[in-house]
Design a protein around this ligand. Structure first.
Ligand SMILES: Cc1ncc(COP(=O)(O)O)c(C=O)c1O
Length: 474
């Protein structure tokens, strides 16, 4: 096995066979394992802590640690009953692809840095534009995730509405940005990083279904204009992280247009569901956004590390991000071959993220993805039906997409505290995994179906698991 950095070909094959064996076994045994193996920080440190190694460790020994420690003590986001947060399960095609991406090690800063990789990224962006109704003239790029996509979209919004901001800063202006009380915290973080200030992020009320109340948006914008502030952008959620609520995209688009506001849509969780029949109607006007965030590492089942931002007008992205220096000046290339991704987003060095997108979409096709998303939505609705038909659970929010929020109700006492204990004990049990949110002041058991392995049987099992845990706790 290797004892220096340049490993001979036969040893590479040997390492690869052993690693792929581990990978295949992982996928083969996943469904029968606990979602989570409880441990502690002390216990893990006792196994892995050591001084920085001065010399080599044989590869089989390293694989052993990956199997016995990392694999064993990780939460398995690909498990069919892992319903926490908004987590993609990843997929085997991309697992294998990541090995190739690491071997090629392309740094996709611009076209000349990796002509084929750049063209593949531009192609995948064209696919998104086509699938989501964006104009052909729009632009976009892949970023690290939804938070970075929201940052990039709001940077474009800021320089579109304050053309001198990149050079001069905001010079005491108070730009106002609007999102609902259910908007993701990455919007506030972006506002902080862009010098807009979180105090200038106005919280729009939501209706009983937790969707943005457009009348309240109108009230806040009018109030701010009258006070001399500068409303410049509204952010709608195409599926909130808390309950999956879809803001009324069409009415917000109309309002933004008639009030000269940039219209950004945070579609990190739900945007890609527009390709599934059930979500087509509420997402019919996604393509009217000035910028749209997507997260292929959520509902396109990609492994962590791939978000996407689309800009209706490429010039707005360039106004926010374009930079040049002697050490990056393009020499001898023109037009498409002079294209630089750094003109469209915050990063310079970028991994070959489009490989995952291209590999998965080409290998299974959009129809299979659309069907998997549709089945995820159906599973969430099925859970909601089971809850509504039960006498021990109650739903706390409607199911707009694949997130479901509910609670156990057969307990005389503090239901919030009981459900909190119920969730934690369920997580430790290892059979199913939910996370939490608060709906109208009530602690909610929150699940999100985002896994092509999850079936209706898993939804039934989830309620059975909760009942078993509740019986122990009561
Ligand atoms: C609606 C929404 N926006 C933004 C984000 C942030 O995305 P990321 O975790 O990829 O940065 C999330 C994450 O769950 C989300 O659900």
């Amino acid at each position: 096995m290797p004892d220096n950095l340049a490993v001979p070909a036969e040893q590479i094959r040997e390492m690869g066979r052993a690693a792929l064996d581990l990978v295949a076994k992982y996928y083969e045994t996943l469904g029968g394992r606990p979602v989570l193996q409880p441990t502690t920080s002390d216990a893990l440190r006792a196994v892995i802590d050591e001084p920085a190694p001065a010399g080599p460790t044989p590869f089989p020994e390293l694989l052993g640690t990956l199997r016995d420690v990392v694999d064993r003590y990780s939460r398995h986001n690909a498990h069919p009953r892992f319903f926490g947060y908004v987590s993609s399960p990843g997929n085997p095609v991309n697992t294998v692809g990541s090995m190739i991406a690491a071997a090629l090690n392309i740094n996709v800063t611009c076209w000349r840095s990796g002509p084929a990789a750049a063209e593949i990224e531009l192609l995948t962006i064209r696919w998104f534009k086509e699938l989501l109704g964006f104009p052909e003239s729009a632009a976009g790029l892949l970023v690290s995730g939804g938070s970075m996509a929201n940052f990039a979209g709001l940077a474009a919004a800021r320089s579109a509405k304050f053309p001198n901001v990149v050079r001069e800063g905001l010079r005491g202006a108070t730009p106002r940005l609007y999102t609902s009380s259910e908007g993701h915290f990455s919007i506030r973080k972006a506002a902080a990083m862009l010098g807009i200030g979180t105090e200038n992020v106005r919280t729009v009320r939501v209706d009983d279904n937790l969707r943005m109340d457009v009348a309240d948006l109108a009230r806040l914008v009018a109030e701010d204009r009258a006070a001399g502030h500068l409303p410049f952008c509204v952010v709608a959620s195409a599926g909130t992280a808390g309950t999956g609520a879809i803001d009324p995209i069409g009415p917000i688009a109309d309002f933004a247009r008639s009030h000269d506001l940039w219209f950004h849509i945070d579609g990190a969780y739900g945007g890609i569901a527009a390709i599934a029949p059930s979500a087509r109607e509420p997402f019919a006007r996604l393509g009217e956004a000035d910028s749209l965030s997507l997260d292929p590492h959520k509902w396109l089942y990609l492994p962590v590390g791939c978000g996407c931002i689309l800009y209706r007008d490429p010039a707005t992205a360039r106004a926010a991000f374009s930079e040049n220096a002697d050490y990056t000046r393009v020499v001898g290339l023109e037009n498409d071959e002079a294209f630089a991704f750094w003109d469209y987003g915050p990063e310079l060095s970028r991994p070959f993220r489009a490989l995952d997108l291209w590999l998965l979409l080409k290998s299974v096709g959009v129809t299979a993805i659309s069907e998997a998303i549709e089945e995820n939505i159906a599973c969430a609705r099925y859970l909601s039906d089971l809850v509504n038909a039960s006498d021990d659970f109650e739903m706390l929010a409607p199911v707009d997409l694949s997130i479901f929020c509910f609670r156990y109700k057969n307990f005389d006492g503090d239901l919030n505290a009981f459900n909190e204990r119920l969730m934690f004990t369920l997580q430790q049990s290892g059979s199913s995994y939910l996370s939490n949110t608060t709906v109208a002041g009530k602690f909610a058991l929150r699940g999100c179906v985002l896994n092509y392995r999850t079936t209706r049987k898993d939804m039934e099992r989830l309620l059975d698991d909760l009942r078993s845990v509740a019986a122990l706790l009561r």
